[in-house]
Design a protein around this ligand. Structure first.
Ligand SMILES: Cc1ncc(COP(=O)(O)O)c(C=O)c1O
Ligand SMILES: N[C@@H](CCCC[NH3+])C(=O)O
Length: 479
């Protein structure tokens, strides 16, 4: 076991720990729920047990089983409201449903007046099941099938974001066959190197999304859309990546899109500039996964971007377009935790005689693949009791790694963390900020069932998505 020394804590004592920081020296520190990381309505009660929106995590585990995604409903809705205010109009906020979508969440989004970004027939089907107003749906994707384009047009979605020449031709045909004039945005690759993980940056040249501005493809895409009588160009779209804290990338993107509008105005005349009334700057607003992350508040980021667009437009003598955005992670991420039950605990000796404790939980890379995929960092806490069980005893922080139950050594949920030496099998731990891209990227590796998802509010819980069953899995078998 790796006890933290009584003396001064220097980084060199912990050469392997690069993301967990120094060990907490008190059980209060070990048990702390950082407000910017944990759901807004979560707190540790005097009995040491964490409540989320007034619901005891032990009761949730008892009632629904683990692993379990727990959504603080009020937290989710409050973030919708903050973006609606920041963008000055809720319908300009297109919640990126890829972060997390189920029927009830689509209803929350609809009720808040937000729009919805879907990028597959499956996401569209859920939106339709929820009765989401079609005119507030935007359909995305770099390889939409004909069936998806047909479904989108049949549903009368408000906007399709076109992403390839091939798709412009296909969509024009699909819309014409239905006698529909489909509103579209052209997705522009603005050539910004966003400061984020390579796999979640999307506006540099060497990737699959959008039409390159620099190579002239975006201007050509606009020409082709204008030539299609069944398509109506209403604006331009850019998405530079995800988990971005610095507004500079958005500003550069916006400046380049405005520059393109000015060029298009020269080529096609002022009517086209009037017609390009929407600039959608995509999503990517970052969140705090650990206490070291400091994302700017939505209002600050969005206001800065909008003011910059206003300046650029007045400088270029252009009318100011409406600025839309597509936050996914920033709405869904922070208000959800994943609750796991602790199983096997194993100590391993590292090369320099230090030790690391492997804490296995009952899920893993099937419910959170982000750590394996992006080396994502998370905050994990013992939540079913206080580390010291309310006794004024000394509790030692143990350098730990939370791992899943899959047959894969990369099956890591939290790479580096400090957990109490009192942790035992049967305890509940929770990983914070798992509302975005965890359930939506969940899989059945090793035939694990996808977890259930519950919403908690005002002391009550309700199931939004039930846990998968062995019968669900066997139901796919045909022989
Ligand atoms: C086009 C588009 N819009 C919006 C988003 C949502 O991003 P985020 O969840 O980081 O806000 C994404 C994902 O990166 C995207 O590809
Ligand atoms: N799935 C990624 C982000 C990509 C979002 C969609 N373009 C994540 O978990 O961070």
């Amino acid at each position: 076991m790796c006890a933290h020394p009584a003396g001064p804590r220097h980084a060199e004592h912990y050469p392997h720990v690069d993301t967990a920081g120094y060990p907490p020296s008190t059980s209060a520190e070990l048990d702390r729920l950082y407000p910017k990381v944990w759901p807004r309505n979560s707190f540790r009660a005097p009995d040491g047990v964490v409540r989320i929106a007034g619901v005891d995590v032990r009761e949730l585990a008892e009632q629904y089983g683990t692993p379990l995604f727990v959504i603080d409903e009020a937290d989710f809705k409050s973030r919708c409201a903050e973006y609606a205010e920041a963008f000055d109009d809720p319908s300009l906020v297109h919640y990126a449903s890829k972060a997390f979508l189920c029927t009830e969440v689509a209803r929350w989004i609809a009720a808040q007046g937000l729009s919805l970004d879907v990028c597959s027939g499956g996401e569209l089907a859920i939106a339709q099941r929820a009765g989401f107003p079609a005119e507030r749906i935007t359909f995305h994707g770099n390889n939409k099938s004909i069936a998806e384009l047909e479904a989108a047009v049949d549903a009368r979605v408000g906007t399709v974001v076109v992403d390839s020449y091939h798709e412009i031709a296909r969509l024009a045909e699909v819309a014409a066959a239905r006698d529909v004039v489909q509103a579209v945005l052209v997705r522009v690759t603005v050539g910004v190197e966003a400061h984020t993980h390579e796999f979640i940056a999307t506006a540099h040249e060497d990737q699959k999304f959008g039409f390159s501005l620099a190579a002239g493809d975006a201007a050509e895409a606009v020409r082709r859309v204008l030539n299609a009588s069944s398509l109506k160009l209403i604006g331009l779209h850019s998405h530079i990546g995800s988990q971005i804290f610095d507004p500079d990338g958005f500003e550069v993107a916006a400046r380049r899109v405005i520059g393109l509008i000015a060029e298009l105005g020269k080529e096609h005349g002022p009517e086209l500039v009037e017609q390009l009334s929407i600039v959608d700057l995509g999503g990517g607003f970052g969140i705090a996964y650990t206490e070291r992350d400091n994302p700017p508040p939505p209002a600050q980021m969005v206001t800065q971007i909008r003011e910059m667009v206003r300046r650029e437009c007045s400088f270029a003598g252009l009318p100011v377009p409406k600025i839309a955005g597509e936050p996914g992670r920033a709405i869904a991420g922070p208000g959800t935790v994943t609750l796991y039950e602790v199983g096997t605990i194993k100590d391993v000796t590292l090369g320099d005689n230090q030790q690391r404790r492997y804490v296995s939980v009952d899920g893993g890379m099937s419910d959170n693949i982000r750590t394996a995929l992006y080396d994502a960092a998370y905050d994990v806490r013992l939540v079913s009791r206080a580390s010291d069980d309310g006794q004024p005893a000394e509790v030692t922080a143990v350098r730990s790694r939370v791992v899943g139950k899959h047959c894969e050594s990369g099956d890591i949920v939290v790479r580096d963390c400090w957990l109490p030496d009192t942790l035992v099998a049967g305890d509940l731990v929770a990983v914070a900020a798992t509302g975005a891209y965890c359930y939506s990227m969940a899989n059945n590796y090793n035939r694990l069932p996808r977890p259930a998802v519950v919403a908690v509010r005002n002391g009550n819980s309700r199931l939004l998505l039930r846990r998968e069953t062995t019968e669900d899995m066997l139901g796919l078998e045909v022989s």
